[in-house]
Design a protein around this ligand. Structure first.
Ligand SMILES: Nc1nc2c(ncn2[C@@H]2O[C@H](COP(=O)(O)OP(=O)(O)O)[C@@H](O)[C@H]2O)c(=O)[nH]1
Ligand SMILES: [Mg+2]
Length: 470
């Protein structure tokens, strides 16, 4: 049944494309000529609205409000319960105010570095990212705004506290040798950061790279706002390393886009076959009701090859740029949503630690007994000790959010239970408890901030300075 669904789905796509191409072919020549006269990428500035002031897109005051809510309502419990040891994608304060990140992944030589150069209009500058037909990019490169072009070494990037790459140190010195920054003056980089990655080489083992390639990719995947997975239609080779990457992208489907780049290098019929084959390969890996958007394009400034579907590629390029523009335009809303999710996870974590703490206090031997054995039993069988029942008594905690026993076995392997005080300890003498403040951030302050931004009636100064109460 699932197979039949896939077949229908693939042919559905091909049919839609076929229909699109018939309509497009009628005025293909005319439009194509016009595009070439205007030059590829000529509408980039308009679609990305690069003439707009950055301050009009990202309200500095709203960003400060977000930071204030984070510092005063969320961070106290995050620190008190060592949340950083629990969650691999815990966001840091630096990330909260950093520019959105667009990540490029995919096999080698599919055009990832070329696309970034094209978007930055620096294909012909000496400061372009290296490109070539052979596997050229062996580095992870973060491309950011700078007053003048310059390269920055990985060891410098991770030691710079104003950036948020310090956690990457955990991937070792070999990785830092393969990590670098390119600073470049560009209106687009005022709004966004690009990350270029080494291409996947299917026959290359992780050990050969000298660092955990997939773990590094995961770090960037968890933090990216938009992920472009780039393919070359003439070598659609989906092997084990790419399959691994698909698995890592699970849960991030909403920000995943596929690019079938260099689409003008093959004829229309072949292109349709490749498009179908790509979806066929993806089907078992992306189990989403809505499959990811695939852009069929040729993203560099060279003119399209004659006899290919120029206007389709152009329209696809415009849609892709609009997609990028959405990320730039709504970056603050995205950050608020991410911060709220983060706050929710911090709350769940504090409640979980409290449940483990209570279970141990209720079951430990008061005089004689092996408390270590009791603790190990609690960690191995949280259900038996009513940990989950206790968690579910809290409003907003759903059965789908419950942690696995392994999560807290790992957490308590790094953290001694005695280091954590009861939740009631985190209260002011006559005032509020940290948990109430966290709940208020989740239920009131962050949704209000989001609504005000959406309605366009955000005004600075509505929060009381010291409490962050809005
Ligand atoms: N025909 C064609 N070639 C391209 C296109 N984009 C990139 N290339 C070429 O493909 C090769 C690999 O590009 P590169 O950006 O280094 O790929 P990466 O390894 O994915 O970063 C280079 O020789 C590029 O000039 C495109 O849209 N069409
Ligand atoms: Mg490259």
């Amino acid at each position: 049944m699932a197979l039949l669904g896939n077949v229908c789905f693939v042919f559905g796509c091909v049919l839609i494309m076929a229909r699109t191409s018939i309509v497009l072919c009628s005025n293909e020549h005319q439009k194509g000529q016009l595009a070439e006269k205007q030059g590829k990428g000529s509408n980039m500035k308009r679609v990305l609205q690069l003439d707009e002031n950055v301050s009009d897109i990202v309200s500095e005051a709203a960003q400060q409000r977000l930071l204030q809510i984070y510092r005063e309502q969320i961070r106290p419990l995050e620190e008190a319960y060592n949340f950083v040891d629990l969650n691999r994608d815990a966001i840091s304060e630096g990330e909260m105010i950093s520019k959105p990140m667009i990540l490029f992944l995919g096999p080698w030589s599919t055009g990832k570095s070329t696309i970034i150069n094209y978007l930055l209009n620096n294909e012909h500058s000496t400061w372009r990212l290296h490109t070539g037909a052979e596997p050229t990019t062996s580095d992870f490169t973060v491309v950011t705004q700078g007053t003048a072009p310059r390269m920055v070494k990985g060891i410098q990037l991770v030691s710079d506290k104003t950036k948020h790459y310090t956690p990457l140190q955990k991937f070792g010195l070999n990785f830092l040798e393969r990590f670098q920054g390119l600073e470049y003056p560009s209106p687009l980089l005022e709004r966004v950061t690009f990350v270029d990655t080494p291409g996947i080489i299917e026959n290359k083992k992780q050990q050969a790279r000298g660092y955990p390639y997939n773990d590094v990719c995961q770090w960037f995947i968890d933090r990216a706002h938009l992920i472009f997975l780039v393919f070359d239609p003439s070598k659609l080779d989906i092997g084990s390393e790419l399959e691994m990457l698909f698995k890592q992208l699970k849960g991030h489907e909403a920000k995943l886009r596929l690019i079938l780049n260099k689409a003008d290098t093959i004829n229309t019929q072949e292109l349709m076959r490749v498009y179908g084959a790509l979806f066929w390969s993806l089907a078992p890996l992306v189990n989403e009701v809505e499959p990811p958007r695939v852009y069929v394009a040729s993203l560099w400034s060279e003119p399209y090859r004659p006899g290919t579907m120029h206007s389709l590629f152009e329209e696809e390029e415009t849609s892709l740029l609009m997609d990028v523009h959405q990320v730039l335009r709504y970056q603050l809303e995205y950050k608020i949503a991410t911060t709220r999710r983060h706050a929710f996870l911090v709350r769940l974590h504090a409640l979980s630690v409290e449940s483990y703490r209570t279970a141990f206090a209720d079951n430990k031997a008061l005089v004689i007994g092996n408390n270590d054995l009791i603790w190990q039993d609690i960690l191995a069988n949280p259900k038996k000790f009513s940990i989950y029942n206790q968690l579910l008594q809290n409003e907003d905690v759903s059965v789908h959010d419950l942690p696995t026993p392994e999560t807290y076995q790992q957490f308590f392997a790094k953290n001694n239970l005695n280091n954590f005080r009861p939740l009631s300890y985190h209260c002011e003498f006559w005032g509020e408890c940290s948990m109430d403040r966290l709940r208020r951030a989740i239920n009131t302050q962050l949704p209000t901030l989001l609504q005000e931004l959406r309605d366009g009636n955000f005004s600075a100064g509505q929060c009381s300075k010291d409490s962050g109460q809005c």
